[in-house]
Design a protein around this ligand. Structure first.
Ligand SMILES: Cc1cc2nc3c(=O)[nH]c(=O)nc-3n(C[C@H](O)[C@H](O)[C@H](O)COP(=O)(O)OP(=O)(O)OC[C@H]3O[C@@H](n4cnc5c(N)ncnc54)[C@H](O)[C@@H]3O)c2cc1C
Length: 499
């Protein structure tokens, strides 16, 4: 097969766009299958969201259980034939991680095992998750401030990329795919050193460049709630747009992994509240959330607070012609204020750094947290009717007294009254950790067009095209980066090269 003539500046067998977990694993796999790989990263540093993550990796004890669980989690939005390779890969993933971790002198930590998936669906008991054992990884990435588990896992991936001497181009955003008149992908155009270069992909291109969490127009078009603020700035949907131009169909575009959190003009990114991971309902959550009328409206601590935590905020009031829960307000008291930081800054960008204070007092001084002696004064500051806010707080305190949230079913042990002045309020917004929607792919990670036909030589891996179309499986995104990256890397490397 001959490619359409272009003045190519560079070439590789497999060109991979984006250097997070999905791009790194795709690169390692394609290299190990004999391909010469070029890995492009848009930002000055690699890691994407991956380096900021908790580093939890979901695995399965048997594929049938995992498949049953995944099918329910996806609620019909993802074909069985795509879910099976993930379910089967989940059985083998610990061995894969063990092999990769040896290079970094570490191994998976059995102590992190929790015994189930996120939701009580059939198959949940067959699913679990692990992290890597602690090892000195974090100092390797001084530009990234996130959760330590993700940095450890990313160190493992980057150690393996370096060991194989895989070529990485940083500050090199891919701009568009180059296809021939038959629609076959021949390579791509990227920016490097301020110039546009044409890179030939002799076998194929893998798009592993994350979702669209920092693309305002795409969020406006696909999300119900507005605005939804991102944690990571580098993912602007570039790969989704490139794939669309090449003819890709899209799936799961509405679905994002997100909770509620904070946004301040000092930083272009959002700050998550500290409650993440699967629900551990034996500790006090200090706040209740109230809408713009001062009414409570949600269980503030759903089973996976960073999965569905944002969804109750999405309610649109047609009479009001507005979203009465955007922003909402977190209300707590002096006892709560002392129980530890409310927010945690997670950022992969050397331009920014902020450490939230342990007692939240620096944030009070910054006016990020409103402090007042009475609930009436809090109501005045957040512009709600004081009678409504007082009655919301009184109702909450009465529920705490009986130890049961009859209104929204929040787990009893997380409840604590709001009774000791001074009182505090924080503005909170929907936050996207990562999006799940993107180009439809088949079991081989090939991108499909709307008629279900593969776009020749175009693959995807990771959050650019997640299988999760309804509910997130905690630790499942990294799992799909590893399994999807492995499948994409292998299949791209096995393509016959252009002459
Ligand atoms: C705080 C936090 C904690 C999390 N914890 C977990 C967890 O414990 N377990 C779990 O499973 N999931 C977790 N997640 C989700 C998970 O981290 C992500 O879904 C996953 O890491 C995404 O990996 P990725 O490789 O697809 O994307 P990314 O890691 O975001 O990598 C994409 C890369 O592509 C680059 N890029 C974008 N556009 C271009 C372009 N045009 N050209 C070149 N490069 C480009 C980006 O800069 C980025 O580096 C968490 C997320 C957050 C925010």
């Amino acid at each position: 097969m001959e490619d359409h003539f272009i003045n190519w500046d560079r070439e590789a067998d497999v060109v991979i766009v984006g250097y997070g977990f999905a791009g790194g694993i795709s690169a390692i796999t394609a290299h190990d299958a004999g391909a010469r790989v070029l890995l492009l990263e848009k930002m000055p540093h690699p890691g994407g969201i991956s380096i900021l993550s908790g580093g939890g990796v979901a695995f399965a004890r048997n594929a049938e259980g995992a498949f049953t669980y995944l099918k329910r989690t996806c609620n019909g939005t993802t074909p069985d034939e795509v879910l099976w390779p993930l379910a089967e890969g989940m059985v083998e993933i610990i061995d894969r991680i063990k092999a990769l971790a040896k290079v970094s002198g570490t191994e998976p930590a059995q102590s992190e095992v929790r015994g189930h998936g996120t939701y009580p669906f059939p198959g949940t008991g067959d699913i679990d998750s692990v992290k890597l054992k602690d090892f000195p990884a974090y100092s390797a990435f001084p530009w990234a401030k996130g959760l330590r588990g993700g940095a450890r896992l990313f160190k493992m991936v980057s150690d393996n990329v370096q060991l194989r001497k895989i070529e990485v181009l940083l500050s090199a955003p891919a701009k568009r795919l180059i296809t021939n008149p038959e629609g076959q992908v021949q390579g791509l155009a990227a920016e490097s050193d301020g110039k546009e270069i044409a890179i030939r992909a002799r076998k194929g291109v893998i798009l592993a460049c994350g979702g669209f969490e920092n693309n305002a127009m795409m969020k406006l078009q696909y999300f119900e709630a507005q605005p939804v603020y991102p944690v990571y700035l580098g993912n602007t949907g570039d790969g989704i747009l490139m794939a669309q131009k090449a003819g890709a169909a899209l799936w799961h575009m509405w679905h994002f992994h997100g909770g509620y959190g904070f946004k301040y003009p000092e930083f272009p990114f959002a700050i998550r509240h500290v409650w993440a991971g699967p629900r551990k309902d034996d500790r006090k959550m200090i706040w209740i959330a109230v809408d713009r009328f001062g009414r409570r409206f949600m269980d503030e601590y759903p089973p996976a607070p960073q999965d569905t935590g944002s969804r109750p905020l999405e309610y649109y009031d047609a009479d009001l012609q507005d979203y009465p829960r955007i922003p909402c307000y977190l209300i707590f008291d002096e006892e709560g204020r002392k129980l530890g930081p409310v927010g945690m800054v997670i950022v992969n960008d050397e331009r920014y750094h902020y450490k939230w204070s342990e007692d939240n007092l620096t944030e009070v001084e910054r006016d990020w947290i409103i402090k007042e002696k009475t609930i009436n004064e809090i109501a005045a500051k957040i512009k709600v009717n004081p009678e409504v806010l007082n009655s919301t707080v009184e109702r909450w305190n009465s529920l705490c007294a009986v130890g049961r949230d009859a209104d929204f079913n929040r787990p009893p042990k997380t409840m604590m009254p709001i009774a000791n002045p001074p009182f505090y309020a924080m503005e909170a917004w929907p936050i996207v950790s990562n999006t799940q929607g993107g180009p439809v792919h088949d079991p081989r990670q090939r991108v499909l067009d709307p008629m279900g036909n593969p776009i020749p030589r175009l693959y995807v891996a990771g959050e650019i095209s997640s299988i999760f179309g309804h509910l997130y499986l905690e630790a499942g995104n990294i799992t799909e980066c590893f399994i999807g990256g492995t499948i994409a890397g292998k299949n791209a490397a096995e393509e016959s090269p252009w002459e």
